[in-house]
Design a protein around this ligand. Structure first.
Ligand code: TA6
Length: 279
């Protein structure tokens, strides 16, 4: 496929294609593996996404950081413990279906088919970053879909970060015994945070140390997941430095398994996240 002028294919050993975008509006990197946005840096801004320096780039292993595509289920499979966490497609190569650009930015569209499961991811990289995950039912029976766009946002120091606009939302606190709680004020980080909020609206990530505010909008998503592993869980991750937890906050446009979407034969559902740096 011919790539537009702002996109270069980097694949030094021919085994792991990465599309490198250099456009007037932004720079970005998207791996064919997992249709995985690894990096996005609007022009005149610092990098917005966190990518672990210990990330592993080989087939079958999800890249730690960027925006993993968790689909067609979220976290543990709802009925089969033998299935991989966060679905079937973040650990496999997708197919590039479209690559185009205009003054607003670059569009890359990827597709994957695993048995009855068919999905497309459309990445629009420009002054904003938009990732849309379309679940397509090409079977004769309804399919049940959940999942997440599992965005790792880079921060200066997690202890100086607040997630705003979840005040008053119910959430499932999955740290320890899963417990339903109600959010009071901003979400702050002084321990492990692993929460599924009942929220369909946008949120703000405020980095009080750098002074940067990132807006995370979404659609097709009844659940917002906020995650930071903190010290112990981070140390147990083989593909992240022990202090990596200090440098990111996951804000995920999700469909939690108990809020799964039913996609009828011939139908589709779109889960979208849009990230922008507030001026
Ligand atoms: O989205 C939060 C979460 O489900 C956490 O419970 C944690 O497991 C995280 O995802 C990372 O999962 P991974 O399989 O990428 O290590």
């Amino acid at each position: 496929m011919n790539l537009p002028a702002s996109v270069r294919l980097s694949d030094p050993d021919g085994s792991y294609p990465v599309f490198e975008i250099e456009h007037p509006t932004c720079a970005a990197k998207v791996a064919l593996h997992g249709a995985h946005v690894m990096s996005w840096k609007p022009t005149d801004e610092e990098e917005v996404l966190y990518l672990s320096p210990d990330a592993v780039f080989k087939e079958g292993k999800a890249i730690r950081g960027g925006i993993p595509v968790c689909w067609p289920w979220f976290n543990a499979h709802p009925a089969d413990a033998s299935q991989p966490s966060h679905g079937l497609v973040r650990g496999r190569f997708w197919e590039l279906l479209e690559a185009s650009e205009d003054d607003a930015g670059v569009t890359l569209r990827f597709g994957v088919s695993v048995g009855i499961w068919n999905a497309e991811v459309t990445v629009k990289a420009g002054e904003e970053l938009e990732v849309a995950l379309e679940s397509k039912n090409v079977s004769e029976v309804p399919i049940v879909v959940s999942g997440a766009l599992h965005t790792y946002l880079g921060v200066s120091d997690i202890s100086q970060v607040r997630v705003v606009k979840l005040d008053g939302c119910d959430y499932l606190d999955t740290v320890g015994e899963p417990t339903v709680r109600k959010q009071k004020g901003d979400v702050v980080f002084d321990r492990e945070v692993d929460r599924i909020y009942e929220s369909s609206s946008s949120v703000l990530l405020v980095d009080d140390l750098s002074g940067r505010t990132v807006l995370v909008e979404k659609s097709g998503s009844p659940s917002t997941v906020v995650w930071n592993p903190w010290v112990e869980k981070c140390a147990a991750l083989g593909d992240m430095p022990d202090d990596g937890y200090q440098k990111f906050c996951c804000i995920e446009a999700a469909i939690a398994n108990d809020r799964a979407e039913i996609v009828m034969p011939g139908g589709s559902h779109v889960l979208m996240t849009r990230i922008s740096v507030e001026e």
